[in-house]
Design a protein around this ligand. Structure first.
Ligand code: GDP
Length: 334
């Protein structure tokens, strides 16, 4: 009983810490939310429910691009600029860690060395391992915690692998695609869905010998964007160029994001986008939890092993095997 009371006092203190903007508390709260341990789930829910009530007005920005395009350099430049405006900036990452190589695509190298030292910035290294679905749900919850801690700009970084872009797109107000000069050449190969999702395409590394290629890429992408129907909110995606390394064009990118935000706030499309996203996350969370529950079920675990072998040896069809597993799960859940 005493320990239960102690736990609830500790949770209350953690919530207060987050709401005061204490970064150590924020980091601990995110770790709790990210944990897959059963006993953390209840605590995480309490923290999230309380923090949800006290979030600040924020803008959530998704940034994607291939490894090497300059995401960390860009985020560092944009983040530092925003801190000069007195804004508090949080950086989160969705890293579609390969389950095969166990390698982290976004990397563990020291990224954003200046921003990391800035008292108005909070950088959370990307979670490692785990399934992409699980991690993404937690990133969404981490956004709420950052907003409760007073971070007005949330930058969410990912690479263009698998579903990671779609997932980030479904949790942000503005989705920015970073490209390299000369990318016009690969325009045909670019995933169609990504262009459709982008609110802006920014050609990075528009400096030195790259300047001409950047200008060409900008024109090519501008033309390509016109082939798509306008977005439901009336926003016409823009193409800009910048040099994150030389800190050129970053203010223009921010101006564009701010314009989108102002227009969206006025028209109500921003609130609408977030509401639609909440609906999506409701369903996504149910899917995640059901899946987790299913594979954690002891009966399922045992039977799955056997049926995997049977399917492999062609003794049973995968569909019948799946049906048997689902029936078992259902009977055990009743
Ligand atoms: P990420 O993998 O997308 O995060 O890319 P990084 O930010 O780590 O950058 C990859 C490399 O490109 C680094 O060597 C950067 O210094 C370089 N880089 C990033 N932005 C620019 C830029 O605007 N111009 C030039 N010339 N190089 C850049």
């Amino acid at each position: 009983m005493a320990t239960e009371k102690n736990t609830s006092i500790a949770i209350e203190q953690l919530i207060k810490g987050v709401q005061k903007g204490d970064t150590a508390s924020l980091a601990r709260a995110i770790t709790l939310v990210e944990s897959t341990r059963q006993e953390s789930a209840q605590k995480a829910e309490t923290i999230l429910e309380e923090c949800r009530k006290t979030t600040c007005e924020s803008i959530r920005i998704g940034i994607t691009g291939v490894p090497g395009v300059g995401k960390s350099t860009f985020i560092e430049a944009l983040g530092l600029l925003l801190t000069t405006f007195g804004k508090k900036v949080a950086v989160l990452a969705i890293d579609p860690t390969s389950s095969e190589t166990k390698g982290s695509i976004l990397g563990d190298k020291t990224r954003m060395p200046e921003l990391v030292k800035n008292p108005n910035a909070f950088i959370r290294p990307s979670p490692s391992s785990e399934s992409l679905g699980g991690v993404s749900r937690k990133t969404r919850e981490s956004i709420i915690l950052c907003e409760a801690a007073g971070y007005e700009v949330i930058l969410i970084e990912t690479v263009g692998v698998g579903q990671s872009e779609t997932i980030v797109h479904s949790m942000v107000d503005f989705f920015l695609l970073l490209k390299l000069p000369g990318a016009g050449d690969e325009l045909q190969g670019i995933k169609r869905g990504i262009i459709e999702m982008a609110d802006a395409i920014v050609i990075n590394k528009a400096d030195g010998d790259n300047l001409k290629a950047a200008r060409i890429a900008q024109t090519d992408f501008h033309k390509a964007l016109h082939l798509y129907p306008p977005k439901a909110n009336g926003w016409v995606p823009k193409v800009l160029s910048c040099s994150a390394l030389k800190n050129e064009g970053i203010a223009e990118v921010w101006e564009l994001i701010a314009t989108h935000y102002q227009e969206g706030s006025k028209s109500g499309s921003l609130i609408h986008r977030r509401k639609e996203q909440n609906k999506y996350w409701l369903l996504q969370t149910i899917e995640d939890r059901l899946k987790f529950d299913f594979y954690e079920n002891n009966g399922v675990k045992k039977m799955l092993q056997t049926l995997m072998t049977d399917v492999f040896e062609n003794k049973i069809s995968p569909f019948v095997a799946a049906q048997q597993l689902l029936s078992l799960y259902k009977s055990e859940s009743n």
